[in-house]
Ligand binder design. Structure first.
Ligand SMILES: Cc1cc2nc3c(=O)[nH]c(=O)nc-3n(C[C@H](O)[C@H](O)[C@H](O)COP(=O)(O)O)c2cc1C
Ligand code: SF4
Ligand code: FES
Length: 572
């Protein structure tokens, strides 16, 4: 039973009918031999699919960290009021998880089309356009940036006349030399660590795939990017697609994989188009496909559009999705390097990790090492969002102090306020106080203070922010996105949300604090994947660094920042 093109079939039906009618699923089951329970289970799992007719206009307001800091709650409340007289079948206003536009907060989607920096009047106008039957206008695509120091094909004067200086120069050379051990040695020497969050050494990963038994293997690029605050892959795909694709093809040659799949979140339509163009260019130049440059080597590359959900970014859940199943993480071991996609050895890396490979091979290990600061290597793309004057994506030396990113690159704190707290990498990293803003942005420095570099998703909170409110927001994200496969995460994240919601409404006792500690420990130790293991970070970090603020909520029944509802009797 092949289930791997199930999403194409489901999308075809949904495009035709607006949802997945039961009769059509039954017919699909009969024609494909895929059991109906499997089709229903898959369609029900992913937010992209509807099992009942959706409203004419579906307006979704992102409710996560960066949008929350930029007025998403009041935007949603205002829009609900504006459309309250309309039937839910015409317009529904709901929350949605991070749309990958944290630098354009608050972000919304209307019938799956995304808009940034929206105010109520703009959102209302877009909804009315959609209600009138016309598709709302597309957001303008940002102009492509050139001259980025991360692009070895635009900045290396020394090599300008050399073939290595042309795009795909590292690949062309590798096809000639076939010195795959040299690539692995260089990645190891440069100290390239995975930039999707976990920081696993890339050279070691590729070597393990290369040595794994069996003839068939895969390369997968993780462009799912769905954690609040994480926006840097969107920028890389848009501006440096050739480096990502070159990195993937090189990974294919080094590991012996002849097929690569670039897994991209479905909201990144503009970036998908850029990638498609780049892949076509590679096909024309015989850099992708059979018989690369007449060498007899081959590498096929395709794009897989995610059916949605933060959990799909977890590497094994992502592979389950490609295989046409529910994106529920697998138990590890075995690891993807030996038992990955379709149980074959798989080199799965983040977008930025792949983009770093040509940099190292063209500019050299010494150049790469010299780019970092304070003992760290390389350049790093970081996203900065929340309470800063200039939210955006910035290319920095790995190891740059965080304060420089916030105050120089992102223009400091908005409205002339002071910095209160920051999350170095979205909800998983937890919140740190302003007194720690001198920390260097690299794996070791952040781990040393009990946090993580993660994917470089810096979310900034100005003075006046309630840290209980921010912890509740982040824990709610994890609760919403838990796939539900394991009990500690499914039940534990709900229990956390219940406790924190209670505190924000003046309920709860000091005994709850012990309960949070115990729950965190149990979730850390027993959850199958990183989502459940890190779901406690927002509240445990706030209890560590802002304990007095939390105790004031619990003991004095008062929100020091005047943000929490406190005295309202009813709460979710
Ligand atoms: C819940 C969850 C979501 C994740 N989302 C992403 C993601 O969107 N992109 C990504 O590259 N890695 C993500 N990761 C990490 C991946 O599992 C994996 O470690 C990474 O893609 C490996 O690539 P790297 O070694 O190049 O970092 C996520 C992990 C978890 C637990
Ligand atoms: S930890 Fe959470 S997200 Fe991960 S497998 Fe368990 S239930 Fe699913
Ligand atoms: S788009 Fe709202 S938090 Fe990312």
């Amino acid at each position: 039973m092949r289930t791997d093109n199930i999403f194409d079939e489901l999308r075809r039906i949904q495009d035709q009918h607006g949802f997945l009618p039961a009769g059509k699923l039954e017919a699909l089951s009969r024609s494909t031999g895929i059991p109906l329970y499997h089709l229903n289970g898959v369609a029900d799992f992913y937010p992209h699919f509807h099992l009942s007719p959706p409203p004419k206009v579906s307006l979704r307001v992102c409710s996560d960290m960066s949008c929350h800091l930029r007025g998403a709650d009041s935007l949603r409340t205002e829009l609900k009021q504006r459309f309250q007289s309309m039937s839910e079948r015409d317009v529904s206003v709901r929350e949605v998880s991070c749309l990958g536009q944290c630098d354009g907060a608050p972000a919304i989607s209307i019938n799956d089309r995304i808009y940034r920096n929206v105010n109520p009047a703009q959102a209302e106008a877009l909804v009315l356009t959609a209600l009138g039957g016309s598709p709302p206008p597309e957001m303008p695509v940002e102009a492509r940036k050139t001259g980025l120091p991360a692009d070895p094909y635009q900045n290396n004067d020394r090599l300008q006349a050399d073939q290595d200086a042309q795009p795909y120069g590292a690949l062309r050379r590798l096809i000639e030399t076939r010195d795959y051990d040299d690539v692995i040695a260089k990645l190891k020497a440069a100290g390239l660590s995975g930039l999707g969050g976990a920081g696993f050494p890339t050279g070691i990963k590729w070597e393990a795939v290369r040595k794994a038994p069996g003839s068939e293997r895969f390369v997968v690029c993780n462009a799912d990017e769905s954690e609040p605050g994480t926006i840097k892959d969107r920028f890389i795909l848009q501006n440096l697609p050739h480096l990502v694709i070159e990195g993937m093809i090189i990974a294919g040659l080094v590991t012996g994989a002849q097929r690569g799949i670039l897994y991209i979140r479905h909201e990144y339509e503009a970036q998908e188009r850029v990638l498609e163009e780049e892949i076509h260019r590679c096909q024309r130049e015989k850099l992708v496909g059979p018989d690369l440059l007449g060498s007899g080597l081959s590498f096929e590359l395709e794009i897989f559009v995610s059916p949605g959900g933060y959990i799909c970014g977890e590497e094994t859940a992502l592979m389950e999705a490609i295989e046409g199943k529910r994106a529920e993480p697998r138990n590890k071991p075995p690891f993807p390097v030996t038992n990955g996609l379709w149980n074959k050895p798989t080199a799965l890396n983040n977008v930025e990790t792949f983009a770093n490979v040509p940099q190292i091979l063209v500019n050299g290990v010494d150049w790469y090492k010299a780019q970092g600061q304070g003992g760290a290597s390389g350049l790093k793309f970081v996203g900065v969002s929340g309470d800063v004057c200039k939210p955006g994506i910035f290319l920095i030396p790995m190891g740059l102090p965080l304060s420089e990113v916030i105050f120089n690159h992102a223009g400091g704190i908005r409205d002339g306020k002071r910095l209160k707290a920051f999350a170095p990498s979205g909800p998983s990293s937890g919140y740190l106080p302003a007194s720690m803003a001198e920390v260097r942005l690299d794996f070791k420095s952040l781990a040393a203070i009990g946090s993580m570099l993660g994917s470089g998703a810096i979310v900034v909170c100005a003075e006046g922010t309630c840290m209980l409110d921010m912890a509740l927001n982040a824990v709610t994200f994890f609760r919403n996105e838990s796939c539900g496969k394991c009990v500690p995460c499914r039940m534990g994240s709900q229990k956390m949300v219940d406790l924190l919601t209670g505190w924000s409404h003046g309920k709860g006792t000091v005994d709850d604090l012990k309960l949070v500690d115990e729950l965190s420990e149990a979730m850390k130790l027993t959850s199958i994947c990183g989502l459940g293991q890190f779901a406690h970070s927002p509240i445990t970090s706030v209890l560590k660094h802002f304990r007095a603020e939390i105790e004031t909520h619990i003991v004095e029944k008062r929100c020091p920042e005047g943000v929490c509802p406190m005295r309202e009797e009813r709460y979710a």
